[in-house]
Design a protein around this ligand. Structure first.
Ligand code: ADP
Ligand code: MG
Length: 354
């Protein structure tokens, strides 16, 4: 059973950067305004994340790393949202099967922090001879998650990875993207023991400010902005009857989006496409290709844009048949929504060109 758990965990946690993505999302879910990450050996030796969120109650610590432990589904109606948001209580459980996991956490109400150590889903003693119970510890409000020796017990996973520097680059990439999307939150990432962080953002920035800081002024200077949104609400016939409107919205699905994208002056070798659906970093090769197609008429051959797209759709409409841990997502009316977003981008580009 242990082996099966490890294999299953490896399907969810592919590499240090995928563990970090889960941890960042947890910190954001906890309302953090500051997220600090510290890394050793590309995250394989050490991956630590410190946030200033609401913390975890001591009573929740014993089951924290059990599968399907989540504090994020409070009512039955939320169940349909689980897959979309990734609230499935599998991240910490998975990590505990493939690494040494410890959690130091303090809520506002606690007088001090508590530290708990996990292995294979359950509490274990931090040191041989101690009890497995959470121990009183020093610590500020918020949570520190420490992952050590990732994949020490799954050599196949470990050998599938490339170099520590490659893994570190992926960690920085994930953090950079979340730092753009969550520009109000301050992010920091550094190698453990080294003085200056590789990545640091101030709190309360705007998205364009964050793009400028993280991707450089050559991109930021050429940015355009659009906010394509579903047109359902504006139809006067539908707004007559509230019930009918609700029903209609349900069928078609209301959605909204925010896009920052470069104009024809900016020409990169490869497309940089940052896609967030319902605030989760995802991949969609279909949407990426559609966005690239908009630029074929305005950029010379071989030149590519920078595009940040945040899309919010009804969680009910995201395809739950696609395994939620797969980054490729699908959602209802995907092609229709993509087409509307692309035509808004195209219109803004055309307007600027004249
Ligand atoms: P999920 O996010 O799907 O609920 P996880 O395995 O990622 O499942 O986390 C399990 C639970 O641990 C969360 O529901 C949350 O209650 C708690 N948790 C994890 N990380 C944090 C954090 N940084 N701050 C506060 N609570 C956290
Ligand atoms: Mg989570």
């Amino acid at each position: 059973e242990t082996l099966i758990n490890r294999i299953a965990a490896g399907e969810i946690i592919h590499r240090p950067a995928s563990a970090l993505k889960e941890l960042i999302e947890n910190s954001l879910d906890a309302g953090s305004t500051s997220i600090k990450v510290s890394v050793k050996d590309g995250g394989l030796k050490l991956l630590q994340i410190q946030d200033n969120g609401h913390g975890i109650r001591k009573t929740d610590l014993p089951i924290l790393a059990e599968r399907f432990t989540t504090s994020k589904i409070s009512s039955f109606s939320d169940l349909s949202r689980i897959a979309t948001y990734g609230f499935r209580g599998e991240a910490l459980a998975s990590i505990s099967h493939v690494a040494r996991l410890s959690v130091t956490t303090k809520t506002k109400k606690d007088g001090h922090a508590w530290k708990a150590t996990y292995s294979d889903g359950v509490l274990v003693p931090a040191k041989a001879g101690q009890s497995a119970d959470p121990k009183p510890s020093a610590g500020n409000d918020g949570t520190i998650i420490t992952i050590e020796d990732l994949f020490f017990n799954t050599p196949t996973r470990l050998s599938a990875l490339r170099s520590a520097s490659d893994e570190y680059a992926r960690i920085l990439d994930v953090m950079t993207k979340y730092a753009v999307h969550n520009s109000r939150v301050s992010f920091q990432c550094k190698k453990a023991g080294s003085g200056s962080p590789e990545l640091t953002t101030p709190a309360n920035s705007t998205i364009p400010q964050a793009i400028k800081l993280l991707y450089g002024h050559t991109i930021a200077n050429e940015l355009l902005h659009a906010t394509p949104t579903s047109s359902g609400e504006q139809d006067p016939d539908e707004s007559m009857d509230v019930d009918e409107e609700d029903q209609d919205m349900d069928e078609k699905g209301s959605w909204r989006s925010e896009v920052y994208f470069t104009n024809a002056n900016y020409q990169a070798k490869k497309t940089n496409f940052l896609l967030f659906i319902n605030h989760r970093l995802v991949e969609s090769s279909r949407m990426k290709r559609a966005v690239e197609a908009v630029y074929t008429s305005i950029l010379p051959k071989g030149a590519s844009p920078f595009v940040y797209l945040s899309l919010e759709v009804d969680p009910k409409h995201v395809d739950v048949n696609v395994h939620p841990t797969k980054k490729e997502v699908h959602f209802l009316n995907e092609d229709g929504i993509t087409a509307e977003i692309c035509s808004a981008v195209q219109a803004t580009l055309a307007k600027q060109a004249t």
